[in-house]
Design a protein around this ligand. Structure first.
Ligand code: GUN
Length: 283
């Protein structure tokens, strides 16, 4: 089964749009998401455009602030402070990566935790690892949604997460653990990588290397979730971290690139924005 994140995201976005349509009457306004983009990184430009498009579909107000690559850290922090103090703003994200002269840690920490719809703020991360209420990071949240929608049983399964990033690998492992999977995290220094991944009932791949996962690394009948977004060095087309053509017949469930995890990440960003908006209303 090829699981379309695009279709699931479209369904969820339609449900959210119906909910958001009731907000002006109930609350006098709709949720507002502000996205800050520094520089012109083509992948980031494309992600930010996608977020604006999804916002429009759901009825969320979207402001995309573009800043030049040369912006100083202090200038960026000043803009964040202003948006933190603006009661009309419910969600605030700064698209990563940032230019080398700006500290991502300082920027993430500067975002008000109650507007951190990425779930990247250290307080949200700590809350996640302590199983307290928090904003869940969008990509791992979207992955769990897809698994649930596809009817994949998580509890008791062996899950292998490839990659240990703050954005995907680590929180994905934690969410799978919270659903009672037995979780292994593998990375570039893991010996016998293929042997470990070939044991996985659920394989989540977030390494950032085109077509790294080949058929021999996949257990027959495994569930394969491909988080990678790369350019195929041969064709120049978008491709994942998994060699899809080689693995599609071996896996029982697999996600395509594009149209898999990506749309679900953005869908969960919309959900998180609504969540933060609603929390704002009851303050
Ligand atoms: N860069 C790649 N993925 C993400 C994401 O989910 N949020 C932000 N802010 N930047 C990213």
């Amino acid at each position: 089964m090829i699981v379309s994140g695009k279709d699931l995201a479209a369904r969820l976005k339609a449900e959210m749009a119906a909910e958001v349509a009731t907000f002006p009457e109930k609350y006098g306004r709709v949720p507002h998401l502000v996205v800050i983009l520094v520089g012109e990184n083509p992948a980031s430009v494309s992600y930010v455009t996608g977020k604006a498009k999804d916002s429009a579909e759901v009825g969320i107000k979207n402001t995309t602030l573009r800043m030049p690559e040369s912006v100083t850290e202090q200038e960026l922090l000043d803009v964040i402070a202003k948006l933190n103090a603006d009661s009309d703003v419910d969600g605030l994200i700064v698209q990563l990566p940032l230019p080398k002269h700006i500290s991502e840690d300082r920027v993430i920490e500067a975002i008000a935790v109650e507007k951190d719809v990425d779930g990247f703020h250290p307080l949200n991360v700590a809350a996640l690892w302590q199983k307290r209420p928090c904003v869940l990071p969008c990509t791992p949240k979207g992955i769990i949604r897809m698994l649930d929608d596809a009817g994949v049983e998580i509890a008791g399964k062996k899950a292998v997460v490839m990659g240990r990033s703050n954005i995907v690998g680590l929180p994905a492992a934690k969410l799978l653990l919270d659903r009672n999977a037995t979780v292994t995290i593998v990375h570039s220094r893991t010996p016998n990588l293929a042997e470990v991944t070939a044991e996985a009932d659920i394989l989540v791949v977030a390494i950032g290397r085109p077509k790294l996962v080949t058929a021999d690394m996949v257990k027959p009948g495994a569930v394969v979730i491909d988080v990678g977004v790369n350019r195929d060095p041969e064709t120049g087309k978008l491709c994942g971290d998994v060699d899809f053509a080689a693995c599609v017949d071996k896996a029982s469930v697999i996600t395509p690139v594009p149209g898999g995890v990506g749309p679900m990440t953005r869908c969960c960003l919309m959900e998180n924005t609504i969540e933060c908006f609603l929390k704002n209303q009851t303050k």
